[in-house]
Design a protein around this ligand. Structure first.
Ligand code: UDX
Ligand code: ADP
Length: 463
């Protein structure tokens, strides 16, 4: 079994970069990325590489090299499915917003639609690869749907979860810590696993390609995200204690991070984690555990989310408290809206929830983010449905220039750790703000000593 033609269903933050790197590293494999969203595909095909829909450092060069050679973006889903030997399913699996499992379970509607479409269209045997993060045992659902095509076509299902982090996607894909491939432990299953191993082996050392049974692979992805998010909630929980005890969370993180058993990464206290994965995957883990009656397991992981929600609210309340218990009519400048630096993704960004709480207190917000498009910020706020779209537009303004954003503001809130924030002329910003001028650094990235010397009143997280 040799993979020569790949189709990827879903041209989002996972499918787009992942397939671009596969195509870039395997010039002999034809990779077609398909999506129902015509605007998204048009953007991936835009002649100006700066207009591709996902912002990731280095991605433009990768796409430029492979696009039109062996990398194609198309809306013709059926054609790409039929001609492929291997199909990656990379569609979104958001948390359910209705019915049983509402607010916790993953909504597998799109996955099921993909499976049905593959079953209907395929005329040759195929390897079907779960790329999106899915609840453990989803492969059995896929198998069940694909088994009943009645036209003799055979499908082999693999789980190959993606571990890339946004903002470092290209680097993570080019030099992954590991590639995980789970499949059925039968002769056919192992042949399919090996076919996919051969694709990655073009650029990933073999010892970094792990193969497991399919259920371990599915659960490993949820577990990895749960552990990472748990570290952030753990350090954030202690950041609150620091604020009462004069301990400094940055010093605590450094001190514990030198223990090789703990490790220094992912110990940065913040306004709270965001992104499309952590919350969704933990809620999903909680739901699965509860569905097996494992209430203690479910409660344990749920606490990670409870802590994160608390951290976002706590940050907003700290702003209000320090602005003399009222923000009514006061201008608060937001630096950053993306859920982390080096991405234009805003899904579950802490900024959305902090803004919503401050708007509830009738603050006026002005936002600057170097990469997030203006309309996305309103889409994020409107999605919460706390107030009307026109009220959101009236109370929250978006600026293209950070100095205009901060002009006449009572306070600045740093919501994303963009590097450029440190390079600003902070004296100029101070001179144009109302006094006393406050900075609430939700990412602990600014030089506090310098800001205090200028005259700012500075609050970080846990320090
Ligand atoms: C995560 C996983 O890291 C990745 O392996 C998986 O494939 C998808 O989910 P991502 O959500 O893109 O990736 O970004 P990540 O770097 O994990 O950050 C998630 C959130 O945690 C961000 O809001 C980030 O700012 C926050 N964070 C991270 C902290 O607040 N402190 C930290 O120390 C680390
Ligand atoms: P992720 O971060 O997991 O990549 P995104 O939401 O960025 O999630 O991308 C998922 C993409 O999958 C979207 O562009 C969506 O239009 C696409 N999609 C969802 N269902 C289908 C489907 N049945 N066929 C083709 N594309 C789909």
């Amino acid at each position: 079994m040799i993979i020569k033609k790949i189709c990827c269903i879903g041209a989002g933050y996972v499918g787009g970069p992942t397939m671009s790197v596969i195509a870039n590293q395997c010039p002999d494999i034809k990779v077609t990325v398909v999506d129902l969203n015509e605007a998204r595909i048009a953007a991936w095909n835009d002649a100006d590489i700066n207009n591709i829909p996902v912002y990731e450092p280095g991605l433009g060069d990768i796409v430029n090299e492979a696009r039109g050679r062996n990398l194609f973006f198309s809306t013709d889903v059926e054609k790409a499915i039929d001609e492929a030997d291997a199909i990656f399913i990379s569609v979104n699996t958001p948390t359910k917003t209705y019915g049983a499992g509402k607010g916790q379970a993953a909504d597998l509607k799109w996955i099921e639609l993909c499976a049905r479409q593959i079953a209907r269209v395929s005329t040759s045997d195929k390897i079907i690869i779960e790329k999106s993060t899915l609840p453990v045992r989803t492969a059995s659902t896929l198998k069940e749907i694909l088994k009943h095509t009645g036209n003799g076509v055979k499908f082999h299902i693999l789980s190959n979860p993606e571990f890339l982090a946004e903002g470092t996607a290209v680097q993570d894909l080019l030099a992954p810590d590991r590639v995980l491939i789970g499949g059925e432990q039968t002769d056919e299953g192992i042949k399919s696993i090996n076919a996919l191993v051969e694709v990655y082996a073009r650029w990933v050392p073999l010892e970094k390609i792990l193969t497991t049974n399919i259920w371990s692979s599915e659960l490993s992805k949820l577990t990895a995200n749960a552990f990472l998010a748990q570290r952030v909630s753990s350090i954030n929980s202690l950041s609150e204690l620091c604020e009462y005890t004069e301990a400094d969370i940055n010093e605590v993180a450094k001190a514990i991070g030198t223990d090789s058993r703990i490790g220094s990464k992912f110990l940065k206290a913040s306004v709270g984690f965001g992104g499309s994965c952590f919350q969704k995957d933990i809620l999903n883990l909680v739901y699965i555990a509860r569905s097996y009656g494992l209430n203690q397991v479910a409660d344990y992981w749920e606490q990670v989310i409870i802590m994160n929600d608390h951290q976002k609210l706590r940050f907003a309340n700290k702003i209000i408290k320090n602005l003399y218990n009222t923000v009514n009519g006061k201008k608060i400048a937001f630096l950053g809206w993306a859920f982390k630096k080096d991405t234009n993704d805003t899904r579950e960004s802490a900024a959305i929830y902090v803004a919503d709480h401050l708007l509830y207190e009738q603050a006026e917000i002005s936002v600057y983010d170097p990469k997030v498009p203006e309309q996305q910020i309103y889409v994020d706020l409107d999605y919460l449905a706390t107030r009307s779209s026109s009220e959101n537009k009236q109370l929250l303004k978006i600026e293209n220039d950070p100095y205009d954003t901060c002009k006449n503001a009572h306070a600045i809130a740093v919501l994303t750790e963009w590097d450029e924030f440190n390079d600003y002329d902070w004296q100029r910003i101070f001179d144009n703000m109302l006094k006393p001028a406050h900075v609430f650094d939700g990412r602990n990235i600014l030089d506090k000593t310098k800001l205090k010397q200028i005259g700012f009143l500075v609050n970080g997280v846990g320090s």
